[in-house]
Design a protein around this ligand. Structure first.
Ligand code: B12
Length: 220
């Protein structure tokens, strides 16, 4: 019960990936006077729970994807109310699959979970060159660069991005995090990245840590 309103059906619809219901329930809650922030918190909590189930192998990629789509549908309805109430995204994260690599399922999943957690996402897509990542810091003021790589042959670009940020004097302005099946925490450390996560749910926790949005701020 929040703001005198029971938002459990909304959480349940999100969990079940009922896209239309989520949009309708968000609309109905706002119409009945629930604060946009309260509805947002409910959606974020719901997505956090889904992320944890995914991490614990209780649910799998298709379920996460469909819940993430439902989350987007809810966010689309909520967005105008949020802007009216002046709630700003917690931070801006630019994400992409690095140069030479076209795999984007994991990257999209991470982007969806981050968006669901209230971050603003700049999706740079696939085959992203180091300079494009750097530009997103310079021109679009990204607070975090999130890089995905599924190929051992493309992982080197992650190092190039960190080096390029260093060269352009931007490293102090932005945090970097990396992931993808062949990427390890050791690799992340070796290239000077700030963060690493091996799944989409942990990626949210890691981003929050890097930005100091968690109490137990800890870098790798
Ligand atoms: C699907 C797939 C494809 C699809 C990609 C479709 C798409 N739109 O993405 C297609 C068929 C196009 C493809 C092509 C190729 N593939 Co492929 N592919 C796969 C496969 C089977 C699954 C990858 C996947 O989507 N996994 C599911 C997602 C959810 O998992 P994930 O990506 O790891 O992401 C999770 C985490 O890693 C993490 N994460 C991911 N990114 C990030 C980023 C950040 C910042 C953080 C914090 C976390 C994070 O969170 C995600 C969610 O939990 C893998 C095998 C495997 N087991 O990984 C091979 C695999 C990656 N492919 C491989 C290869 C070799 C290729 C090709 C070169 C094949 C060829 N000869 O043409 C091409 C390369 C094309 C290119 N230039 O990129 C190899 C790579 C080997 C290596 N060590 O380099 C693999 C491992 C298969 C194998 N065993 O040989 N592939």
């Amino acid at each position: 019960m929040r703001d005198g309103m029971d938002l459990t059906p909304l959480k349940k619809a999100l969990h079940d990936g009922r896209i239309k219901s989520v949009a309708e329930l968000v609309g109905a809650a706002v119409d009945k006077g629930a604060a946009a922030k309260t509805v947002l918190d409910t959606l974020i909590e719901g997505m956090d729970e889904i992320g944890k189930k995914f991490r614990d192998n209780e649910i799998f990629i298709p379920e996460v994807m469909i819940s993430a789509k439902a989350m987007h549908a809810g966010m689309d309805v909520l967005e105008p109310h949020l802007s009216k109430s002046g709630i700003k995204p917690q931070a801006r994260i630019s994400i992409g699959t690095v140069k030479g690599d076209l795999h984007d399922i994991g990257k999209n999943l991470v982007a969806m979970m981050l968006r669901g957690a209230g971050f603003e996402i700049i999706d740079l897509g696939i085959d992203v060159h180091a300079e494009k990542f750097v530009r997103s810091v310079r021109d679009e003021k990204a607070d975090v660069i999130a890089m995905s790589s599924l190929l051992t042959t493309s992982m080197g670009t992650m190092r190039d991005v960190v080096e390029e940020l260093k060269r352009s004097g931007l490293l102090g302005r932005v945090k970097t995090m990396v992931g993808g099946a062949p990427v390890t925490r050791e690799f992340a450390l070796s290239i000077g990245a700030d963060g690493y996560a091996d799944n989409a749910s942990s990626a949210v926790e890691e981003a929050r840590k890097l930005l100091g949005l968690l109490k137990d701020k800890k870098e790798i």
